[in-house]
Design a protein around this ligand. Structure first.
Ligand SMILES: [Zn+2]
Length: 118
């Protein structure tokens, strides 16, 4: 159980997040200074604020550091998934295949990979 003084809400660099969301920080509610107690975060979720991207009831609340200060960023799950970075672009398929072949050779198993690549 988290204490009331612990930060439980994700704090993002607002520049990239708000750009991905297409949101102006001036349109977002001011968020409290840290640490944000668990009860404040839970209260934000229970209130079901509208998703800043699509307007559906939000299921996730986060805070963005913006030039205007900390702002709440409420998102529904589909918008959270759509705006969550997943790392850099994938490497070439040949690199992935080389790693798989090496791993298979290490453990001594035959490897057959079927892809839709021509
Ligand atoms: Zn949404």
């Amino acid at each position: 159980m988290l204490g009331c003084g612990e930060e439980v809400v994700a704090v993002h660099d607002g520049g990239d997040l708000l750009q991905d969301l297409g949101v102006d920080p001036a349109d977002l509610d001011p968020a409290p200074a840290r640490p944000v107690p668990e009860c404040v975060y839970t209260g934000r979720l229970v209130a079901r604020y509208p998703c800043v991207r699509c307007g559906d009831p939000a299921t996730v609340a986060a805070i963005a550091e913006t030039p205007l200060g900390r702002r709440w960023v409420d998102r529904c799950m589909p918008c959270l998934v759509a705006t969550t970075p997943r790392g850099g672009p994938p490497g070439p398929l040949e690199d992935t295949m080389a790693v798989l072949r090496e791993a298979a050779a290490t453990v001594g198993v035959a490897l057959t990979v079927v892809t839709d690549e021509a």
